[in-house]
Design a protein around this ligand. Structure first.
Ligand code: GLN
Length: 282
């Protein structure tokens, strides 16, 4: 390995011109295995060619639209760092609203049984397991690869939710929950948004139901249908949905006989999470 003579500052500047200085910084940290502080402290440090080639290749992939989170293998959510791979959706800030609403419901229940349906990287289930240590959290996903990522995240954050491979509720026969939460695929099939902002690199299974004309609501319908059979009386269902789906999701909950139906807004002021209470037996 021949040490290079190119100065770190020059390298970073060249990359920054292509992909922005913030992303260049993160990729340089990733390629070199050095922290930002170490890189700042030794601007004249030389790296082996192999490290530089790794950095160049990451910069080229980023310039072609691959999300930063997949390139560095992690992303932040609710102030915690989670592992991600292309098998899972990259955490979005709007999902914090789902966690907030779930927390508001879980707080009032002793040893709540919580299910996170379609957990992906596990962020929602892990946040709930972390902040409600007496909760029994079950996290499902149809994708084995996603469950692998979720398990690694649970270990990283020192919690032990139960992970179950399940197509919606298929593996949860006969089980009842006090709270069911989900961030299901809800982008309408064919929505141009699926072609932007790195979404083509994300698992389409997690983003859209893949059915033209369904308005992105097919999975939300399945979720509501299944939840009815798995919510204890008086228990709550929380669903994250698209920016323009709030009224339709509330209507679906009303049709399914839920009460206490309301929507919560995300940090951008958009109605993002619908909730409904399962009717109590009378
Ligand atoms: N909020 C995501 C987006 O619009 C979609 C997440 C999802 O389908 N569950 O990019």
């Amino acid at each position: 390995m021949t040490p290079t003579r190119e100065k770190l500052g020059d390298l970073k500047r060249r990359a920054g011109e292509r992909i922005g200085f913030s992303d260049a910084r993160f990729l340089l940290e990733h390629a070199t295995g050095c922290t930002h502080a170490e890189l700042i402290a030794s601007p004249d440090r030389a790296f082996p060619d192999e490290v530089l080639r790794r950095f160049e290749s990451l910069v080229t992939r980023r310039a072609a639209g691959e999300p930063l989170a997949y390139l560095i293998g992690s992303a932040w959510f609710c102030g915690l760092e989670f592992l991600v791979s292309p098998a899972v959706l990259i955490p979005r800030p709007e999902t914090e609203t789902l966690v907030e609403r779930a927390g508001a419901h879980a707080r009032g229940i002793r040893r709540p049984r919580i299910a996170d349906i379609g957990t992906g990287s596990g962020i929602v289930a892990i946040m709930l397991a972390k902040y409600f240590p007496d909760a029994e959290v079950t996290a499902t996903d149809v994708s084995d690869a996603a469950l692998g990522v979720a398990r690694a995240n649970a270990a990283r954050h020192d919690v032990t939710p139960r992970f179950v491979q399940s197509d919606w509720f298929s593996a949860l026969d006969g089980e009842g929950f006090d709270l069911i939460v989900s961030n299901p695929p809800y982008v309408a099939f064919g929505d141009p948004h699926l072609l932007e902002n790195g979404l083509p690199f994300e698992p389409q299974l997690a983003l859209t139901d893949g059915v033209a004309g369904a308005g992105g609501l097919l999975c939300i319908r399945k979720l509501i249908e299944g939840a009815i059979r798995h919510l204890n009386p008086g228990a709550c269902l929380l669903i994250e949905h698209g920016y323009d789906q709030a009224a339709r999701v509330r209507a679906l909950l009303a049709e399914a006989g839920f009460s206490g139906i309301r929507s919560a807004r995300d940090a951008s002021g958009i109605e993002r999470v619908a909730e409904g209470i399962q009717k109590t037996e009378d």
